[in-house]
Design a protein around this ligand. Structure first.
Ligand SMILES: C[S@@+](CC[C@H](N)C(=O)[O-])C[C@H]1O[C@@H](n2cnc3c(N)ncnc32)[C@H](O)[C@@H]1O
Length: 215
């Protein structure tokens, strides 16, 4: 289990899905990409196969041990201070929805200090529409993974949820808490962090492309 409660085995086994394509299509060809909260490399490996060099950062050594490509950095995102800037910085894994006080703004600050002036920060957030529709008992299939929601309570903008993920004979349980932002709140948060919301990258408005504004 990573310190944030993400099961390592689950993130190793979970299919990459649509995320690598969304990132790839927003990024310049063969871009250097800084991936914050890379987990076990689910997205990292696909981005490398699509021609990008990925610098993959995670605070969990157990997660990072499964990243087979690019450059691996064991660090807390909040404290990251690399000498390089990147044309693309990815803050995936719904890290922007953290409930830990001050952490969201620290994550966005890290994105700002590592992106080039004309670069893009790609943020994956919990869609408010998705969060409102989430109900215990729902089951979705993602490739070989069968995911059953076992808890979903959205109260005062905070989603407390849990899921059981079954892959063959193995089942992982994963509970998480997200602060859910409306589109308007999200716009204000990124603006306060020194970004302009350039565009949404998907119909669900889960992925946003941000342009840095000069600090
Ligand atoms: C939900 S998992 C997603 C992993 C990966 N992005 C994916 O989609 O497969 C979140 C990851 O972020 C990492 N993480 C959470 N908080 C972090 C922090 N403050 N600094 C660095 N890594 C963090 C966790 O260790 C975990 O690997």
């Amino acid at each position: 289990m990573a310190p944030d409660g993400s099961p390592v085995g689950l993130y190793r086994a979970f299919p990459a899905g649509r995320e690598p394509r969304i990132i790839h299509e927003a990024a310049p060809a063969a871009a250097a990409i800084l991936e914050l909260g890379c987990g076990a490399g689910r997205i990292t490996h696909e981005l490398a196969a699509l021609g990008h060099h990925v610098v993959a950062v995670d605070q969990s050594a157990e997660m990072l041990a499964h990243v087979r490509t690019g450059t691996r950095i064991h660090a807390d995102v909040e404290a990251l201070a690399l000498p390089d800037r990147f044309p693309v910085v990815v803050l995936g894994g719904y890290l922007v929805n953290t409930i830990v006080p001050g952490q969201r703004d620290a994550f966005l600050e890290t994105c700002h200090r590592h992106v080039t002036g004309d670069g893009l920060v790609l943020v994956q957030r919990t869609s408010p529409t998705w969060a409102a529709a989430l109900k215990a008992g729902q089951t979705v299939r993602s490739g070989p993974m069968v995911v059953t929601i076992t808890e979903a309570r959205l109260e005062a903008g905070v989603l407390r949820a849990a899921q059981e993920c079954r892959h063959g004979d193995t089942t992982w349980t994963h509970a998480w808490t997200d602060v859910v932002h409306s589109d308007e709140e999200f716009g204000k948060i990124v603006e306060a962090a020194g970004f302009a919301l350039a565009r949404w990258l998907d119909r669900n408005r889960e992925w946003a492309a941000l342009r840095p504004l000069p600090h």
